[in-house]
Structure formats: structure tokens, C-alpha cells
Design a protein around this ligand. Sequence first.
Ligand code: GTP
Length: 371
Amino acid sequence: MEPHEGFGLPVESFPKDFSYHGDDGEDAVATATSSDMKPRILIMGLQRSGKSSIQKVVFHKMSPNETLFLESTSKIFKDDVSNNSFINFQIWDIPGQIDFLDNTFDLDMIFGGTGALIFVVDAQDDYMEALTCLHQTVSKAFRVNPQIKFEIFIHKVDGLSDDHKIETQRDISQRANEELHEAGLRDLHLSFHLTSIYDHSIFEAFSKVVQKLIPQLTTLENLLSIFVQNSGVEKTFLFDVVSKIYIATDGSPVDMQSYELCCEMIDVMLDMTCIYGDETDDGTPQDSTCIIRLNNTSILYLQEVTRFLVLVCILRDDSFTRRGIIDYNILLLKKAINDVFDVRLRQGKQNGHLPIEGRNNLMQLSTSANA
Ligand SMILES: Nc1nc2c(ncn2[C@@H]2O[C@H](COP(=O)(O)OP(=O)(O)OP(=O)(O)O)[C@@H](O)[C@H]2O)c(=O)[nH]1
């Protein structure tokens, strides 16, 4: 896959709109509201903490070992994650060498339109300097834009034992929060994630960051929970195919192993599609379905929802005897999901409320499955 083009940035402002790719392949843009912002995500942190590696591995399919040869970034690197992806958002990789205390930086411009700020802390290094930088950065950003979600990636944890990981997270979160309390910033909330580019933790953490920026998340989660309850499925994820970010899941807890299995299934499907499949012009698979039986009586079942989204279900093989009901429910679920993201339907309706058609589908979904 070709990497997306990025370019050094003369800092500029962006329209506050949330946009996504419609099912017809055209960009649909909803009118801006305060909770409907285009997800712009900043990645910040000290030099060599792993910012560019995260971006390259998650969005450009770079293998983790190749990141060893990445050169230090010297300019703000702006990346539009839009090609072939469901969600159309921007990532700005901010070099560790930039000094935000320098008055030449227009902080209003940088933080004003930002949805989430990821601050990367290298857990394999002495992190005291990183914590000072973290405090300065988040307090400045919060003063400019209190709506920003602050996500702290305690990164490179592949080199740490499980006990050491937990202890590092406890120590970093305690120190960071204490400093914020002392500075009187009690409303500033930090979320912490243990990450590494050498496993799926970085994809899972990014999924959680992106989910917080999707205004329709609660509706999607409710739809998936109802689907799971009525279809005999144990777990289901809605994935953005290209990035393998899951944009929603049902209400049951996510365990890392299930998430990894689903990611691997998507890889298998993409590889098979590349070699044998009927691709669209942009390389995304068409009308894909994939079933994998595991040797522990579980089944992985994948179905395409839209050009950019797939639903992956984990279920026991005896539940799969009712495949007709599952398929019928998936059909209704697809329609409901399309309705949720149908901008025309959403226009004029209150934010976060399910469109009328979506509600009807929900009702049919439970009736059909109980029959
Ligand atoms: N062990 C380990 N190494 C990592 C991980 N992520 C990144 N690295 C390594 O960290 C080094 C620095 O990574 P970069 O992505 O260039 O760091 P950066 O934060 O973008 O650095 P600047 O551009 O200087 O700000 C590289 O050698 C990466 O291979 C990780 O999860 N685990």
C-alpha cells in the first residue's frame, strides 16, 4: 500500500466540520456543531519518544522494525487519514524539538480545532523530563481549548514486565495528576494507555482515542449490543478496514486477545482480496464475507457493512447453526448503521438521537431474532 502524502506545515486553521466517507464513496460533510468537530488529533511528546513510529505503523502499514530507521522529524507533519478510510481525520505529528513557550507559535491555531491530544511518554527512558513537558503542554492546550481529550500513551512497554508496566502506569498517572491538582487544573482529565508498536496495543489505544471523537458512538454501541443479544454472538467489533481501528463494539468488555484475532482476520481477508479478490478501484474489498473456524469451538465471522467498514463477530460454533438469523440481523444492522451516518437524515435532528429509520430497524432486529 502506498503511504499517504504528508507535508511540512505552515500552520493554518481548518474548518470545524466532521466528515466521513459516505457509502456511495463521496465525502459527506455535516454542518459543524460544538460536539461535531472534525477529528484532528495531535501527537506530541519528547524527541525519540516514538510519535512518528506510531503514526507510520497505525496508518501507513510500516512494519515496527522499519521504524528503527526513521529520521527525527523537524517540522510539523500533517497527515490526512482519509484515503480508503471511513473516518476522515487529520493527524499532526509535532516534533519533540518544538518549544511551545516560544511566542512565535500560534497556540490558538494549533489547539483551537483539536479533538484529541496524544502525549507520548517513553516508558523505557527516564520519564521525569517527559512529565514536565506533559504538564506544560496539557495545561497550555486546556487553557486554549478545554474540550480537548487528553490521551497519554505510556509507550514502548514491550521492554517491560507485566508488573513493571502496571507500576509505571501508576507512577506516571499519580505524578501527572498531582501536578495538575497543584496547578488548580482539577477539570483537566488525563486518560492513560499502555502502548507498543510491537503488538496490537497501539491499535487498541488509537481505537479508543478515535471513538471519543465519534458523536454517534453511543448509538453504534447500543445497536451492536442489541445485535449481540439477539444473535447468539459473544462479541462484535465494527472496524475501519484499512486502519484496523475499531470504531465501536458492544457493551461487553474488550479483551486484547479477541481484538488481536479480529485484526488478524482482517489481514487475512485483505491479503486474499489482494491476490484473488474482486477489488474496487481503491483496493478495498467488495461485499466481503469471511468465516474462520478456530480449534477452540469458536468461529470468527466477518461481513462487510460499507465500503470502509466491516463487522467482525466472535461466536461459538453451535450458535452458528442459526446463521440465517445472524445474517438477517446483520442485514438490519447494516441498514441501521448506514442510517446513523446518513447526514441527510441527521440534519435537523438533535445530536446523538437515533434517526427514525434506525429505530424501526432496532425493533425489527429484536423481533426477528426472538422468533
Ligand atoms: N521498543 C520500542 N521502540 C519503539 C517503539 N515505538 C518507537 N520505537 C523506536 O523509538 C525510536 C524513535 O522513534 P520516532 O518515531 O522516530 O520518535 P519521534 O518521537 O517521532 O522522534 P522525533 O521525530 O525526534 O520527535 C525509533 O528507533 C523507533 O523504532 C515501541 O513501541 N517500542
